[in-house]
Design a protein around this ligand. Structure first.
Ligand code: AMP
Length: 118
């Protein structure tokens, strides 16, 4: 098993490490997916790399293969949930709504979505 890059006091690193409970719906060597505690749609799952990267741009720059695996995991989560359409959202930066600075894709589906987002 490969080692994982961890950031101290990071909530999602603690979920990856098993120190904070989460309802895990999908996992692989590099990626973990778990249900959001405050769901904004009938399906609302967060997909995270096990390694700590602050946001999606940082992940893409540091680990392009990890980025691809994250997007594939999101598609698998959507498929397992039976979604024929879904939104994959990476809030990036506090002004865009990012509150946890360990990159995570929100997989949202199961209801109609509006555009533009608020
Ligand atoms: P963002 O605002 O894009 O950074 O998304 C962070 C998400 O993490 C929010 O949708 C929160 O509801 C969710 N969240 C916060 N704490 C937890 C937790 N312990 N388990 C699962 N989801 C969480």
């Amino acid at each position: 098993m490969r080692g994982v890059t961890v950031s101290p006091n990071c909530l999602f690193c603690r979920i990856v490490g098993g120190d904070v409970p989460a309802e895990i719906v999908h996992e692989s060597e590099r990626v973990l997916a778990f249900r959001d505690v405050s769901p904004q749609a009938p399906t609302h799952v967060l997909v995270v790399p096990r390694d700590h990267h602050a946001d999606v741009a940082e992940l893409a720059a540091a680990d392009p293969d990890g980025m691809v695996e994250l997007v594939r995991a999101a598609a698998a989560v959507a498929g397992d949930a039976g979604l024929d359409a879904y939104r994959l959202v990476f809030n990036t930066g506090a002004r865009a709504g990012q509150s946890v600075f360990h990159v995570h894709g929100h997989v949202l589906g199961g209801r109609d979505m509006r555009w533009p987002p608020g």
